[in-house]
Design a protein around this ligand. Structure first.
Ligand code: CA
Length: 343
């Protein structure tokens, strides 16, 4: 029976493993990864980045000049359909896609996850292209190192410019020698489908700047951008009163509107999962004749997106009264959407 290992031995082993992983990544040309468990919460002062490696997942910290963010994960080649084996293929998280022609052009867009899969036996530097004709894509080219039996995914936005005609469009993804076509429907908004909060002015009880006023702007919660990977670089609000609640975020609807549904998107990125950094407890309130009424509540939330449906109310403003977050420190909201009744 071996003697108990001393703490200094265990620490030495951990340093050795971390050093080997960093060296292996550097040798392979892999961007070094965040471990998904930063000691610093969003809103705290920026520390020097600490590269680490988590087996099975590579999360790319967003560098200042490229806030887009990729997730890499292992796939079992034997579990893939026969047509995908031995190839580099484009992938998408849905077979068809729909965009609503909202009144505000900022919200004439939709999000999906796209990427590519390497089901060959060799590492490649893979390239994915995306094009959608009259529609705009947030990322026409995505290139990354891709080990064998890995896939890389990114959040991806398709936007309909004002001149794009309603009707059927298509998104074409190409990677390796393969092509994937995703039908995209561009529809006029039906009842309850136009986002009443889109582009409307926002007022927050406090706003965290962490030295830069454009890091966590409250106005970004109505800009139509749902990409939480851009949190800290301009998309998403973070209050400035650590460990103190309530915090409030208020959207002026610009006149009395009939509201029956509110969707709250809290922080939910690869690096900052909602179960650890997202908003946990809040009330949704609607203002009529200057008085606020609570129309919905969330308690003990751990999801990134929460949809509240309630009996329709007439309101000229909405606010989220934030009562707690999963890290017990800050309130964080990426986007707030509001819709009228469906009929
Ligand atoms: Ca936003």
């Amino acid at each position: 029976m071996s003697a108990p290992r001393r703490r200094s031995d265990r620490r030495r082993d951990r340093v050795l493993v971390a050093g080997l992983a960093v060296a292996a990544c550097a040798a392979a040309g892999v961007p070094l990864a965040a471990d998904g468990s930063p000691g610093r919460a969003p809103g705290d002062p920026e520390p020097a980045p600490t590269p680490t490696w988590t087996p099975g997942t590579l999360a790319y910290p967003p560098p200042p000049d490229n806030p887009k963010h990729a997730t890499m994960r292992h796939v079992d080649p034997d579990a893939l359909p026969a047509a995908a084996r031995g190839k580099i293929t484009p992938i998408a998280d849905r077979e068809r896609f729909r965009i609503v022609r909202s009144a505000d052009p900022r919200c004439r867009n939709g999000w999906m996850t796209i990427g590519m899969r390497n089901a060959t036996h060799r590492a490649v530097y893979g390239g994915l292209t995306a094009e959608a004709g009259a529609l705009r894509v947030s990322r026409p080219v995505f290139a990354t190192y891709l080990p064998p039996a890995y896939e890389a995914r990114i959040q991806f936005r398709i936007t309909a410019p004002p001149e794009a005609a309603a009707g059927g469009h298509r998104l074409v993804l190409r990677a390796g020698k393969e092509r994937l076509t995703v039908p995209v429907a561009l529809d006029e908004p039906g009842p309850g489908e136009d986002n009443l909060a889109c582009g409307r002015p926002v007022a927050a009880s406090s706003a965290n700047t962490s030295g830069r006023p454009d890091r966590y702007p409250a106005a970004s919660v109505t800009d139509g951008n749902l990409n939480a990977e851009e949190f800290g670089v301009g998309n998403g609000w973070n209050d400035s009163t650590a460990r103190r609640w309530p915090d409030t975020l208020e959207v002026d609807l610009g006149g009395t509107r009939r509201v029956a549904r509110v969707v709250v998107h809290t922080l939910a990125s690869n690096r900052y999962p909602p179960s650890r950094y997202g908003l946990r407890d809040w009330d949704v309130q609607a203002r009529a004749d200057g008085a606020w009424t609570t129309v919905a509540r969330s308690r003990a939330n751990t999801a990134g997106r929460v949809e509240h449906s309630f009996a329709p109310v007439e309101a000229d403003a909405l606010r989220i009264v934030c009562l707690g977050s999963n890290d017990r420190r800050f309130s964080r909201i990426i986007e707030l959407e509001a819709f009228g009744p469906a009929r």
